[in-house]
Write a protein that binds this ligand. Structure first.
Ligand code: PMP
Length: 391
């Protein structure tokens, strides 16, 4: 019995880029101490008050099927948040609640792609992007963003590949690079989408993690973009709710109606008690979001301090998200070889830049997701290691 091409070709290269991560996990399982700077997950757990709201809802009986596009209360809370942050009129009917941002990525690509349509995305990219596009029946096509531009994609590169494409997926603040796209970059992207009639899928799951003092800009708020932009949101990063699997799509009402129909056939909705907990969390407003993002801001400052004391490892601007993309090319090693050697020698696990495409070759991604003191020591060890390798 043969499986479908679609499922067997989801990750065609065989390696999913997580080799170092798996190796580190195997070392941990074998009882070794490993400092993991690999995974994009907070070192804190979901806030007890959010869990209490979840418990109250479940005990109160919200354990049956919930409304499929999302509860009216959560759809409205998400819409209000987006309207407040972007100024774009947004109602509950513009929102579909999904089991996490990942489900929203698959749903939006399913909504805009016919079989074998070309779907663009930016390299370096979040590991699931090409597979998600394939799962939706599309053909993923990467646009390179270079370290020389701080991993901001260039309009000319997008325009060149936009011909015949159906959609463009962007992510700002960015995983894995920590880049935040400038207003100019976003306007160039918007102009290209309008000129070439592309859907823009804007992954904004890190929208509470910006470190330069500049506000998050959603491309949906740029002129004439609201009708062609589908925004991906999630409570995973903003509220440390990764395991609750709760996110959304924000887009034109007619698209959300179709996506509701897809949800009926794909997920049949999201648990009501999780949605109630998410509504509670959003009702807490920005103070809770700031509390949850604060550790990354602190570790970003630690990173800047340690980097300034040496000149072997260079960092791309650390503007947002919980990651630092370090350029280790001065060591003469690939990102993979550097990460592998660092793991073997010092039991520190990082992600090779090559795990995220081709543009971040010779880099490693460091997740700032461990306690400050351990983070500082690990980063210093990493920098010393690079200095020895470069000598
Ligand atoms: N987009 C990006 C860029 C991510 O980094 C992640 C998670 N690491 C997701 C989407 C999906 O997150 P979730 O499904 O937990 O909302």
């Amino acid at each position: 019995m043969k499986l479908s091409h679609r499922i067997t070709h989801l990750t065609p290269s065989g390696s999913d880029g997580w080799d170092i991560f798996y190796k580190a996990r195997a070392m941990v399982a074998a009882g070794q101490d490993v400092i993991e700077l690999t995974i994009g997950e907070h070192d804190i757990r979901t806030h007890p008050d959010i869990l209490a709201a979840m418990h109250t809802s479940a005990i109160g009986g919200h354990t049956g099927y919930a409304a499929i596009p999302g509860t009216p209360a959560l759809r409205k809370a998400v819409a209000d948040r987006i309207q407040t942050r972007t100024g774009v009129p947004t109602a509950a009917d513009n929102i579909l609640i999904t089991p996490g941002g990942q489900a929203a990525l698959l749903a939006t690509h399913t909504a805009v792609l016919n079989p074998d349509d070309t779907a663009l995305f930016i390299d370096p990219y979040y590991a699931t992007y090409p597979g998600t596009i394939r799962a939706a029946g599309g053909i993923p096509q990467a646009i390179q963003a270079s370290p020389a531009t701080g991993f901001q994609p260039r309009a000319t590169d997008i325009a060149r590949q936009a011909v015949n494409a159906k959609s463009l997926l962007i992510n700002t603040p960015n995983n894995p690079t920590g880049a935040v796209y400038s207003r100019n970059t976003l306007q160039d992207i918007a102009d290209t989408c309008i000129k070439h009639d592309l859907w823009l899928i804007s992954d904004e799951v890190y929208d509470t993690q910006l470190w330069d003092g500049s506000p998050h800009i959603s491309p949906r708020s740029l002129p004439d973009m609201a009708d062609r932009t589908l925004v991906i949101g999630s409570m995973s990063k903003s509220h440390a709710m990764t395991g609750s699997r709760i996110g959304w799509v924000c887009g034109p009402e007619h698209v959300i109606q179709h996506l509701g129909n897809l949800a009926t056939h794909a997920t049949y909705g999201v648990p009501g008690y999780i949605q109630d907990a998410a509504t509670f969390a959003l009702d807490q407003g920005t103070p809770l979001e700031t509390e949850i993002s604060a550790p990354f801001a602190r570790r970003r400052a630690i990173t800047e301090t340690l980097l300034a004391r040496q000149n072997v490892v260079k960092a791309s601007p650390i503007s947002g998200a919980m990651y630092v993309m370090l350029d280790v090319r001065a060591t003469g090693l690939s990102g993979f070889d550097f990460a592998d050697a660092l793991l073997n020698t010092h039991h520190i696990a990082t992600m090779p830049g090559e795990s995220f495409g081709t543009s971040a070759a010779g880099h490693i991604r460091v997740a700032m997701t461990i306690k400050d003191a351990t983070y500082e020591t690990a980063l210093q060890t990493l920098l010393d290691f690079a200095t020895i390798k470069a000598a």
